[in-house]
Design a protein around this ligand. Structure first.
Ligand SMILES: C[S@@+](CC[C@H](N)C(=O)[O-])C[C@H]1O[C@@H](n2cnc3c(N)ncnc32)[C@H](O)[C@@H]1O
Length: 408
């Protein structure tokens, strides 16, 4: 489940746990052998899967035509690769992609879905389309599902917030290692993650507004306490500011940027080959980056004027290329970021507010490091850390910052 662009919600309104493909937050003891992961996590995944039990919660996925269209186009253009093949869909939800795979000519589709209720709905939808003879809906977790044969193709729409959020990619890797024939193909076969510096006042406003609003309330309450009871809250003001900052500005927000909002070119921080990736490769990202600003530092944004860095934005792209043994006749790449040529995706861009914003007058480049790692105690949730410095013309170092964000 990806976030909607509406972005920031005060914590009281924020839906946690399953909405974010997250488990309830109970600490999990990680097994030494990654192959044991599927079993070890079972007990902690109730809220994650139960989110998908509700038809209501599936609405944003169903309305996500950019995503569905990408898969449909790939299947249409590569129907030859699907004709007569055995396909496994990992996490079929209500069965949309399974139906498309059956229509593309698959001989058999095993549609595995961990939410029993979603699997039930998928069975009904498959029957309503007259595809029961081709599709077997399997209720259970893909990694441990009972699939009676090895498959030619694994199909999955596993992408979470900033790709890795929710960690469903791990289920895909485990299911691939267990069920895919040696020369089989994973659809999609490759993903890329991008980070860009941006100037987007509209994206940061909700978080910043909440941050300033709560601090204002704290100040007013403090003044009242001092006047009425001679109690000074000053000793707590740093701790209060830190807590409000964590709750408002240190959580990612949905963003919907356009190319003119970007400062310089995006950098690819991770590429994953889904045909071969190991569990370790899909669990974390660490990358250094350098963004040359050129003229972007001076002008070109909405409204003109001097530009500031006030947002980092992350997104991903997927590619359908088939496998070396069974390549796609028509390869496809679908980028869900600001540079997308597939209309304007409603979801998929993840914003990280930079506060205070950084003026870029006289700046030559921004250098830094990007890290995305699992939050201790919850394998489905991620933290993002971005450390950066501004390199000025002449080589001097300008503003520096190092912030960790909760992938919301
Ligand atoms: C983002 S939805 C995609 C649903 C569907 N493929 C579509 O495109 O509309 C992910 C689905 O995968 C299911 N899921 C996640 N991890 C799974 C796993 N390990 N085994 C089976 N199903 C899983 C979830 O319950 C959810 O229904």
């Amino acid at each position: 489940m990806r976030k909607r662009v509406a972005g920031f919600l005060p914590s009281s309104e924020r839906v946690t746990g399953s909405k974010r493909r997250s488990s309830a937050g109970r600490p999990v003891d990680l097994p030494a052998d990654p192959r044991d992961l599927a079993c070890a996590y079972r007990g902690d995944d109730g809220s994650y899967y139960s989110y998908y039990s509700s038809l209501l919660n599936q609405t944003s996925s169903l309305a996500d035509c950019v995503r569905i269209e990408a898969y449909r186009e790939c299947l249409d253009r590569n129907a030859d690769n699907f004709a007569g093949k055995v396909v496994l869909e990992v996490g079929c939800g209500l069965g949309l992609l399974t139906i498309l795979a059956a229509r593309a000519g698959a001989r058999r589709v095993y549609a595995v879905e961990a939410s029993a209720s979603a699997a039930h709905h998928a069975r009904r939808l498959v029957a309503a389309h007259g595809l029961e003879n081709v599709v077997t809906v399997v209720s259970g977790v893909a990694e441990t599902a009972d699939i009676p044969e090895q498959v030619d193709i694994i199909l999955s729409e596993f992408m979470g917030d900033f790709l890795l959020g929710g960690s469903m990619i791990e289920s895909l890797v485990l299911a691939r290692d267990k069920f895919l024939k040696p020369d089989g193909a994973v659809y999609p076969s490759r993903c890329e993650m991008f980070l860009a510096a941006a100037c987007s006042p509209g994206s940061v406003e909700p978080g910043l507004g909440a941050y300033e609003g709560v601090l204002r309330e704290f100040r007013e309450a403090g003044e009242q306490l001092r006047a009425d009871f001679d109690i000074d809250l000053g000793a707590l003001s740093d701790a209060f500011e830190q807590e409000v900052r964590d709750q408002t500005l240190r959580r990612s927000c949905g963003a919907q940027l356009e190319p003119r909002d970007l400062l310089g070119a995006p950098v690819m921080v991770k590429e994953i080959d889904l045909q071969t990736a190991t569990l370790d490769e899909v669990r974390a990202v660490t990358a250094g980056f350098e963004i040359n600003l050129g003229a972007a530092a001076e002008s070109g944004g909405r409204g003109g004027g001097e530009r500031v860095l006030n947002l980092w934005v992350g997104w991903f792209a997927i590619a359908f290329e088939g496998s070396p043994a069974s390549p796609c006749g028509s390869t496809m790449r679908c980028d869900f970021g600001p540079l997308s040529d597939r209309g304007h995706p409603q979801l998929y861009q993840e914003g990280f507010v930079v506060h205070p914003s950084v003026p870029l007058g006289g700046a030559r480049s921004i250098e830094g490091t990007f890290e995305m790692s699992r939050r201790p105690g919850n394998w489905r949730q991620y933290d993002v850390r971005i450390a950066h410095l501004v390199r000025l013309e002449g080589g001097r170092i300008g503003a520096e910052a190092d912030s960790t964000y909760h992938l919301n």
